[in-house]
Design a protein around this ligand. Structure first.
Ligand SMILES: Nc1nc2c(c(=O)[nH]1)N[C@H]1C(S)=C(S)[C@@H](COP(=O)(O)O)O[C@H]1N2
Ligand SMILES: [Mo]
Length: 222
């Protein structure tokens, strides 16, 4: 339900198109679905790992869930301020996806549980001018994402990985998961998402990383 039918139509159209794409290449995102064939699954220049490396800026903020506050603001009709309980009261989904880190490792079949970005968009109702999201994390990290990509049905704000709450090192209580980009777009320890009209670069985008980060196009740097 939204006051902005055009926007919703846009999302629906994209969702439908994406589902057709998935159907075409046999990819299924939901847990319990058959894993995608491993052929053509590893993007160029990546190597598969079984472990889950930890990458951060040298700070892993300790955020007790009773202190966790999540804010949506900027160009939205309905700003959001959620406690942990508010967050858990939202409809929960589990989506399985692969991680591709720009440093060259990939990890298959990560089952993320949390809330759909699309659900968040329905609630906060971005204004027409809103074209980008800037995600803020509690360690000072930021990253930017185009609104149309943020609306992808595999994008989540996740609190759990493979059935357990995310550990602090991997971004708990809540991190973003944006599977179609290199993993630097999947901000850990998220605290705020701002909707903006003009694109603004984030931490790594300011430091030479690509503005998008599609692993299939090797949009690593520049
Ligand atoms: N808040 C925050 N999020 C972040 C980072 C960070 O330094 N701070 N690093 C990014 C990078 S470069 C990667 S590869 C992944 C690593 O996530 P992981 O440690 O769970 O593997 O987190 C991304 N999200
Ligand atoms: Mo990374």
């Amino acid at each position: 339900v939204t006051d902005n039918p055009e926007l919703l139509d846009g999302y629906r159209e994209k969702l439908v198109r994406r589902k057709q794409e998935w159907a075409r290449d046999g990819r299924l995102i939901d847990v319990g679905a058959a894993p995608r064939s491993n052929e053509d699954r590893l993007p160029p220049g990546q190597r598969l790992v079984e472990s889950w490396p930890v990458l951060d800026l040298g700070v892993q903020p300790e955020i007790p869930t009773d202190k966790w506050i999540f804010t949506i603001d900027g160009l939205v009709e309905n700003p959001i301020n959620w406690t942990w309980d508010d967050f858990l009261a939202q409809p929960q989904v589990t989506v399985t996806s692969d991680i591709h880190c720009v440093t060259g490792w990939s990890r298959y079949d990560n089952a993320w549980t949390g809330i759909h970005a699309a659900h968040l968009l329905e609630l906060c109702r971005p204004e027409k001018e809103a074209m980008h999201c800037l995600i803020y994390a509690s360690d000072g990290y930021t990253t930017n994402i185009r609104l149309d990509r943020f609306a992808d049905s595999d994008v989540l704000l996740a609190h759990s990985w493979n059935g357990d709450y995310l550990t602090k090192e991997h971004g708990g209580p809540v991190r973003a998961i944006v599977p179609k980009w290199y993993f630097w777009k999947s901000a850990k320890w998220i605290r705020r998402i701002e909707f903006i009209a003009e694109d603004e670069t984030g931490f790594w985008e300011d430091r030479g990383y690509h503005n998008d980060g599609d692993p299939w196009k090797e949009q690593r740097y520049g």
